[in-house]
Write a protein that binds this ligand. Sequence first.
Ligand code: NAD
Ligand code: MG
Length: 403
Amino acid sequence: MDHSQQRRAITVLGATGSVGESTLDVIARNPDRFEVIALTAHRNVEDLARHCARFNARYAVISDATRLEALRSALAHHGATAEAQAGPQALLDAVAHPEVQVVMSAIVGAAGLAPTLLAAERGLTLLLANKESVVIAGQLLMDAARTSGAKILPVDSEHNAVFQALPARFDPLHPEALATCGVEKIILTASGGPFRDTPAAELEKVTPEQACAHPNWDMGRKISVDSATLMNKGLELIEAHWLFGARPDQLEVLIHPQSIVHSMVCYLDGSVLAQMGTPDMRTPIAHTLAWPDRCEAGVERLDLASAGQLSFSAPDTNRFPALNLAYEAMKVGRSAPITLNAANEIAVERFLQGAIGFNRIAAIVSRVLDETPTEEIRSIEDIMQHDHRVRARALEHCAGEER
Ligand code: NAD
Ligand code: MG
């Protein structure tokens, strides 16, 4: 197919991360489809400059402003012509350049919110991997898309699977979106993470390295820990609530250790539609990049005969309490998901730094949720204020626990 007439202008936020680099890999396989406008990273100037040279990006953006000079030298070293920019405003500009049509949102954590929301406000096509921004600002994001006409395409593998199993006419902005398509419920699958079969008593002692060694997926460190606690699946429940307009009672989680069925949609006639594939983020990424077409993603093809077995079971919420904390936060609504996410980001960071034990992550999130009154959220400023307060509180709890 010749796409040269219609190369789309893309910015990749978080271009040096796991999802960001997989996105660039798919773009490299489809050079006639995309023109790279801006690539962003937090501190890693070396990889950012290398990617900018390879993709002939116009802007190289480093969010940590102290790294601007280092970025300039790295760009020169790699012979990249991209203009170097730094700081929070530059991150917003990466989205706001008038030529940008598509934004891949692949920053990790609440740090991705401002540019992600801006992409929705500007009516762009938003390829959404940064689940934390949906968790903390679902209403604002969906409202922005409603007003601007932005198209939000889910990159998270489960939500991408659900999106693929929904009819093309599904409109997430319609108040009865699922009902009008005859959908009864959505089942998100979870691999169960590296500690799926680890006895409760041993969970206390697991190390950051063990937590980051995911059996099926190769991901950034924060989401790897979230997968190990099942908080990732909890965040994904809230993500599905917003992206598909699903009520909490329409959302279920099933443990599926092979990570081949990426999620399912159950219809009122008894049909269950699933999307399958090998566990490689380049499939959902390519799906959103080419949508509504398809494009080559470079992934290994699924061979069900050699996979042999697909198994499913209910999650163990005693060993992995994070899932229920997320259900509760979703039901309470208002600022509760912001509290859940901020406390989790802090606890995960302190676990990765070796300061607190693995089991303390969910325990701290639970205590912070109990202590924090819920508030009305009307703006990104409300979100950031609540987020900062909760982070401070969560840090105090971590300090109280440090070993
Ligand atoms: P990662 O840690 O590998 O990469 C994160 C990227 O964000 C890097 O480019 C980094 O430079 C940038 N970044 C980090 N902190 C930042 C900050 N404060 N300001 C600006 N930029 C910052 O993470 P990842 O695994 O690629 O995940 C990215 C997002 O995608 C997360 O929200 C994650 O939950 C989601 N996601 C990831 C996967 C996966 O397979 N890795 C799957 C589904 C969803
Ligand atoms: Mg996922």
